[in-house]
Design a protein around this ligand. Sequence first.
Ligand code: WTA
Length: 657
Amino acid sequence: MSDASLSQEHHTFPPDPAFTAQANGTAQMYAAADADFEGFWAQQARDRVSWATGFEQTLDWSGAPFAKWYVGGRLNAAYNCVDRHVEAGNGDRVAIHFEGEPGDTRTITYADLQREVCKAANALESLGVGKGDTVAIYLPMIPEAVVAMLACARIGAPHSVVFGGFSADALNTRINDAKSRVVITSDGGYRRGAPSALKPAVDAALAAGENPVEKVVVVRRTGQDVAWDDTRDVWWHDVVDRASDEHEAQPHDAEDPLFILYTSGTTGKPKGIFHTTGGYLVQAAYTSSVVHDVHPETDVYWCTADIGWVTGHSYIVYGPLAVGATQLMYEGTPDTPHRGRWWELIEKYKVSILYTAPTAVRTFMKWGHDIPEKFDLSSLRLLGSVGEPINPEAWLWYRKWIGGDRCPVVDTWWQTETGTIMISPLAGVTTLEPGSAQRPIPGIAAEILDDEGQPFTEADKVGYLVLTKPWPSMLRGIWGDPERYKETYWSRFGPKYYFAGDGAKYDADGNIWLLGRVDDVMNVSGHRLSTAEIESALVSHPKVAEAAVVGASDETTGQAVAAFVILRQDAVQEADEPGEGVDLVKELRNHVAKEIGPIAKPRSIMIVSELPKTRSGKIMRRLLKDVAEGRDIGDVTTLADSSVMNLIQEGMSARSE
Ligand code: WTA
């Protein structure tokens, strides 16, 4: 089968009986969850998590949409992820094989992890961090990130991890919104073969104005020189290495906050999604077991996400560690020092389960299958995908060239808000349909609604994905803004339906196909970005009067940021000077990187004199999207001034010539 013919026929893949025989996820689970929803989740909680005090009630939905799961239960998430494995005699099992980008390695057993987490917990307490205090974590992909998160969990201090690629400004907003008193960072990390600084961004974030930060704990990773504030900054190795490696984990309430994680919404202000301890941990452990099919005694698991995103939270930290897995953690990029780096690592560590994003798969497709072919990938037995829809071509390529035509691929749909996996096939049960996430996992209920909010099941009709029952790892709200929580998720189709923001359809076999966001959220390389956030970043530049941003489809990254900008009068003249326009576009792209982070840099910025607006003044993004995607614009009769579009379209085609 050539790559080109991969997509020509319709293939489905029934489960391999040998896989089914050993699989954690079973067909009976669907029936059990359907028969007794709360009983099913109570059972998962008892089987998968160690409780210091058992819960009295599985679900309290009386304050809907504010859920309480496992009411009265008390537990410690760090104890569940670390100590209990040591107590069970598995202290010598490797928890983390760490591979730094330069090739340095560390092997961390569960016993090592326990000591490190205890020390870090003691160190945080010595800095005055107590239960309920939020801690910002701004670190590269190094083991200290995991240790720091677990140390926070241990003492009941919600962590707020900020992706290391976010700018000082973005960090500043998040620190202030969560009122974090402590920031944990590093001097830098390795990126594309060179040290890349991190601490200067923290310094800049804290210099930007009032903030609640008292201490900055700095991990030494690269050895770069860093500016130092003696009253505020402390080295991780000074405070952590010196601390005692004994720390008693106190149980926390099942509904005590575990973490806050900011994500882009439809407005310019990122939302602090918060998750609590019991339900989140139960569903993280459950999905690692039944969806990723982790067998902790034998598997080597690898999730390639960054710890700064929810995928890193749930499927590097809480899920795999709760089930006692051995995992690989890699600091760097897939093409450093060469394009076979991932496959080399899979060969070296005998990785058996790989969880990655479609954008990575499409990049590897572009680089060619002869690269993975040079490596021994025979240890792999299950492949997962997350972050955006995986097109059937990429799915088939992934199965064939990475999975050796034998590994099942599970396409897992979920969100920062859902906490953990919600829709996915179970590899031992489901006949796999490339490109589709297929159906809710046992215990989860989803439907597709039409514009009027009516559920339907017809094939190929496009509607809105909603979740119809609460689930243990659901967000408990938006930090400090309960109204926005109700408004964003529970109002579009009334209070019975959680509106996910995604379009979806069924196929003739009843499989769910996710079709991307229906709101003003873009998905670039699996990262969520809001059009409004980038627009306000652009408008904050002194030369910009107005901006409109759309997500244009992109072969590799799924979507790419396309911006249309109107300049202020004085800047217009300047930009008309020969060559100046190009510099200005560069300046604006860099400005967005500074305001939000390099991931938000527009792929294209077009300077226009007008934006298409309806008569009521709303920007018609649909038209701009058509232009950015090279389509002919359709009906423009609702435009206040339809000649605007001609001008924009002419400008666009002039550029591509
Ligand atoms: C999209 C990432 C299709 C979707 C875990 C969702 C997906 C948003 C899939 C959440 C998938 C994630 N198929 N779309 N398998 N997985 N998405 O919060 O639009 O960063 O709403 O969580 O990513 O992104 P988030």
